[in-house]
Design a protein around this ligand. Structure first.
Ligand SMILES: [Zn+2]
Length: 467
């Protein structure tokens, strides 16, 4: 019995020992397993501090899977105290571009992540933009529609174009990406500050011919809305704008209002003096197409630098013209002879500010301000001061009787070919602010003159679209 008791005691002890050993072994095994990632990380070359960061951010599995990762190691060493986005660097390494060093890639990625770009955007942008472009992008506001922006970049558009495409309506961008419209037909309008919505509406509403035409115009804020109106007529666009900007009509009515000639004012009812208002000096006052009228004046001291006398036989008075205009007039005068008519002569061309002042003052003395304003310009407002004007006569006709000239029709139909327009035509007095002057021709250059001739636009109208 005593032996049996002794045996059971020994058995209990053995079992207890085994239990303890098993417990220790199990615990050891448990801790051994738990440290496996750390050992793997250590084997991959990460130091203790880095391993702690990786374990704390629960990235061990990804790190093991994606290592070796230069970018990640760099991020880890650099931003050890701030490990936000560390996972991005890890994944980014597999997509690193050869164009950037690890440091460059890390720095730009860090900046982008801090600016709110997500990892997918970062990859697309880094793949498609140079470091310089990425840095300039980061100085700008984040694109309005990043999806469109990155798609633009991926399609090979530069950063500014992609930014523009990402603003507003993405439908336009999609059309461009799909090749439905050539970007080169959109770019000029984007450059002129039209929004994507505006452009989309212009594409939808304008004929192809009109659309191509507006590419050369300046930015017209009202254009998109006007072009969406039924019966919109490109030829009448300047008159729509004039009526709108003088508050004679509003945007919902103006197209039909002008189409029905409601803006027209007969010459006899025009208040010519009232047309002087908000006078300013235009920026382009020295250009060949400068519009000098009752709203736009020349500086009192402006004298064109290239004035020259016309050759003998081409003029009545000794008034010079600017070089280009003088040449053009000589050609036009020769043209009148070739066409079989009496030679046209330049009767009155450049006038200085002071000369115009003395003329105007004299007319005011004769006819009062209201009377003088119908036919004479106040100083600074005379086109003659541009040096681009000629009042035309002939050897046998004073300019005042030019309508009786046998080649008058020829002149009206051909002046644009030499770069001249009749500046104050009949029926346009309410636009020009001057009575009909058959004799007064203005040089604007062949291209502009032809455009005005073909559209029946005065310089005032043309300049609303082009100057
Ligand atoms: Zn004149």
């Amino acid at each position: 019995m005593a032996d049996k008791k002794g045996n059971s005691k020994a058995l209990i002890i053995v079992l207890a020992v085994l239990l303890v050993l098993g417990g220790i072994g199990g615990a050891a095994y448990y801790f051994y397993q738990k440290d496996a990632p750390k050992r793997e990380l250590a084997a991959l070359g990460y130091n203790e501090q880095q391993i702690t960061v990786i374990m704390n951010s629960k990235l061990a599995d990804e790190v093991i899977e994606n290592s070796p990762s230069e970018l990640f190691s760099y991020a880890l060493s650099d931003s050890i105290k701030n490990i936000s986005h560390t996972d991005f660097y890890l994944i980014a390494d597999s997509k690193r571009t050869q164009n950037l060093s690890v440091k460059e890639h890390f720095d730009i990625l860090k900046k982008m992540l801090e600016s709110g770009y997500d990892s997918a955007d970062c990859h697309t942008l880094i793949e498609n933009l140079s470091l310089e472009e990425l840095n300039s992008l980061l100085r700008m506001e984040k694109p309005a529609n990043l999806e469109v922006f990155t798609e633009g970049v991926a399609h090979g558009f530069d950063i500014n174009d992609s930014l523009k495409l990402s603003e507003g309506n993405s439908e336009l961008a999609k059309m461009i990406f799909d090749g439905a419209i050539d970007f080169e037909l959109v770019r000029p309008l984007l450059d002129k500050q039209y929004s994507a919505d505006d452009i989309l509406s212009l594409i939808k509403n304008l004929s192809e011919e009109d659309y191509l035409f507006i590419l050369n115009m300046k930015y017209i804020p009202e254009l998109a809305q006007l072009s969406s109106m039924e019966n919109f007529d490109m030829n009448l666009l300047p008159r729509y704008l004039m009526s709108l900007r003088s508050n004679r009509s509003d945007i919902n009515d103006v197209v039909n209002w002008v189409n029905n000639d409601n803006d027209y004012i007969p010459a006899s009812e025009i208040d010519y003096s009232a047309m002087y208002h908000d006078e300013t000096i235009p920026d382009d006052y020295m250009s060949y197409t400068a519009c000098i009228n009752k709203q736009y004046a020349l500086p009192a001291d402006y004298v064109p630098s290239d004035l020259e006398q016309l050759p003998y036989g081409y003029h009545v008075l000794d008034h010079p013209m600017r070089h280009v205009a003088a040449n053009a007039f000589v050609n036009m005068s020769d043209g009148s002879v070739v066409a079989g008519y009496e030679r046209i002569l330049a009767q009155s061309n450049y006038r200085s500010y002071d000369h115009q002042k003395s003329l105007y003052d004299m007319y005011v003395e004769q006819d009062g301000v209201k009377g003088a304003d119908t036919y004479s310009a106040r100083p600074g407002h005379s086109e003659h001061q541009t040096g681009l004007v000629t009042d035309i006569g002939t050897g046998s006709l004073d300019m005042l009787y030019l309508e009786n000239y046998s080649g008058y029709q020829w002149l009206l139909e051909n002046a644009h070919k030499y770069g001249f327009i009749q500046r104050y035509p009949e029926g346009k007095e309410y636009i020009t602010g001057y009575e009909y002057e058959p004799w007064h021709f203005r040089y604007v250059g062949v291209e502009s003159a032809t455009l005005m001739y073909e559209h029946n636009w005065t310089l005032d109208e043309y300049s609303l679209l082009f100057n």
